[in-house]
Design a protein around this ligand. Sequence first.
Ligand code: HEC
Length: 184
Amino acid sequence: MTSIGTEKKKSSTITVITLAVLLLVVILTCVPYLVSIALAEGPATAAASPIFGVTIPAGYKQWELIAPAEEAAPLNELRAVVGNQTAIDAYQDGKLPFPDGTIFVKRAWKRTQSPDFASATIPGAATTVQVMVKDSKKYAATGGWGFGRFINGKPVDEAQHRTCFACHEARAKGHDYVFTRLAP
Ligand code: HEC
């Protein structure tokens, strides 16, 4: 073999090694991103409620207020029921039963005394986020409503989800199982 041939062989070996090292660096750089994507997608599917498969709807913190509510001790909570546009339109048009696609979210916080003003009550720590989704076919067995109760973004157990419809049915059947009326 000539010395030029050996030189060529050497430099192509170096090129292959360089490319292999570069590839390894790229792969290692990607691993944390791939892991974080996998983790971020994991809880998204895990965050569906048992029985109903209801999830916390995106952007609900920007939804319109339907009415506030207050819960006495021992829960001692301030609440705000908000709805998506379908819900708001249904109230404004006096539509009952609520159409498919209606979603209600009940936000809740510990009732806390304002540090700035003695008689004022303000929201403390968030407690639960509760959701009702109308789909008359999918949830035919529960008046057309799917339920979800979440604490820190995670759904509570199945036993708690078995209580939802019973209470809404017993007390709010005449208003399509929905308690809250549009605040004047
Ligand atoms: C013991 C009765 C009771 C049970 C059980 C119950 N709710 Fe309710 N729910 C209410 C009352 C009363 C309201 C009216 C707002 C308020 O006072 O907080 C309400 C309001 C709501 C609202 C706002 C729409 C509406 O109907 O006014 C949602 C959403 C909701 N509940 C979800 C749930 C979910 C999810 C469960 C089960 C995990 C559940 N509820 C279990 C009594 C109950």
